[in-house]
Design a protein. Structure first.
Length: 66
């Protein structure tokens, strides 16, 4: 089966136009994405607090009082 070079070029251009069109359109953030970002923020804060607590325990074990 012989494939025409023009057909391949036309198909590639179609995909390129489709991709550029999708990238160029701004996506609105939906409620699930917004909730996910809020969960990420909460997890980051919780991780920082756990890290601080761990440092306090380590310092207390060494006898350092801060």
């Amino acid at each position: 089966m012989k494939v025409d070079g023009g057909l391949i070029a036309a198909t590639a251009m179609s995909f390129l136009i489709l991709i550029l069109g999708l990238v160029g359109c701004p996506q609105k953030e939906g409620p699930a994405e917004h909730a996910g970002k809020e969960v990420d923020k909460a997890m980051d804060k919780a991780g920082q607090q756990i890290e601080k607590a761990g440092e306090s325990v380590r310092d207390a074990a060494k006898g350092d009082n801060k």
